[in-house]
Design a protein around this ligand. Structure first.
Ligand code: R5P
Length: 298
């Protein structure tokens, strides 16, 4: 399945450029701006008739992005596009995968429904699959998931001598174990209890002597940064070497990044969400994954 046009939603130009180049496709033009009252204005300045289109939009800070994205997909169809797919390097709302308290919205399902209704297929990088085994449990369109573990492992092998890979909680084990295997490094997983949005408790009782190793904390998402921050603090309090924090998606709510740097950590992320910490390029791997997605072109 090869799109012939890629459309970059604002901020996604680099990813769209790499993908378009990989497929010899063109970058379509979409004008998107806000009216003075905050409503969205969209206009395609590219002929979409009978074309297979991929819209590239990472869904960090998703609430402002999803409505224009849905407008873009619907408009592309009205203008005659044959297929409209979504490349979302970061897929939002995946952590709301259960009704933790009565009456709560399970927004992972609601977002999956909205996107499945709007698009013909979806390609993303390491969605937060914790209670869901795969995206197909909530997405009704073909999906392809790109894993960043081997790219993260390569970065660690090249940049960190004598690494000890540490996962802050049991959820992170799926990423940590693969990264450690690919990096040829030992790993351990800590225990975490989340008390609130910005309150986590980490127990390092599973962690033996770090010795001369450099602790490398690996997780899929850094949001408020509290998970990483608490772990960094505990390690530093023990006198271990300054840790490196490596994550797939750096969302960095409020001052999360600055707090981690201030705490003495080096912070590195994949470029699924544009940020100064991006050091691991996943765009080439995304391009390859797109080619393996089989979608009928009827
Ligand atoms: C857990 O659900 C995730 O794997 C991350 O550990 C979590 O999202 C990190 O969140 P925060 O940075 O807010 O502690």
């Amino acid at each position: 399945m090869t799109p012939s046009i890629f459309i970059a939603m604002p901020g996604n130009e680099a990813a769209a450029g790499t993908l378009a180049k990989a497929y010899g496709a063109t970058i379509g033009q979409l004008e998107l701006r806000a009216f003075p009252d905050g409503e969205s204005y969209l206009r395609f300045d590219t002929d979409l008739t009978r074309r297979t289109l991929a819209i590239v939009c990472s869904l960090d800070r998703p609430n402002d992005k999803i409505l224009p994205l849905l407008f873009a997909a619907a408009t592309a169809r009205e203008l005659g596009a044959a297929k409209v797919g979504l490349v979302a390097p970061y897929l939002a709302y995946m952590r709301q995968d259960r009704r933790f308290k009565p009456g709560e919205a399970v927004t992972s399902r609601e977002v999956a429904q909205l996107l499945s209704n709007a698009f013909d297929w979806l390609v993303t990088v390491d969605p937060h699959l914790h209670r869901y085994g795969s995206l197909s449990e909530i997405y009704s369109i073909p999906t392809r998931v790109v894993h960043a573990a081997s790219l993260m492992a390569d970065w660690i092998k090249t940049n960190v001598a004598n690494a000890l890979i540490i996962g802050p909680d049991s959820e992170s084990e799926q990423w940590v174990s693969t990264v450690a295997k690919d990096a040829g490094a030992p790993y351990t997983v800590l225990e975490k209890v989340r008390r609130g949005d910005r309150e986590v408790e980490i127990s390092i009782r599973n962690l033996g002597d770090v010795g001369e190793r450099t602790p490398v904390l690996v997780d899929d998402i850094i949001s408020t940064g509290r998970t990483m921050l608490e772990t960094v603090r505990l390690l530093k309090a023990r006198g271990d070497a300054a840790p490196v924090c490596v994550a797939v998606h750096g969302l960095f709510a409020a001052d999360a990044y600055e707090m981690l740097i201030k705490a003495g950590a080096r912070v590195v992320t994949c470029n699924t969400v544009r940020h100064t910490s991006n050091a691991i390029d996943v765009h080439g791997t995304l391009a390859k994954a797109l080619g393996t997605l089989s979608v009928s072109t009827d």
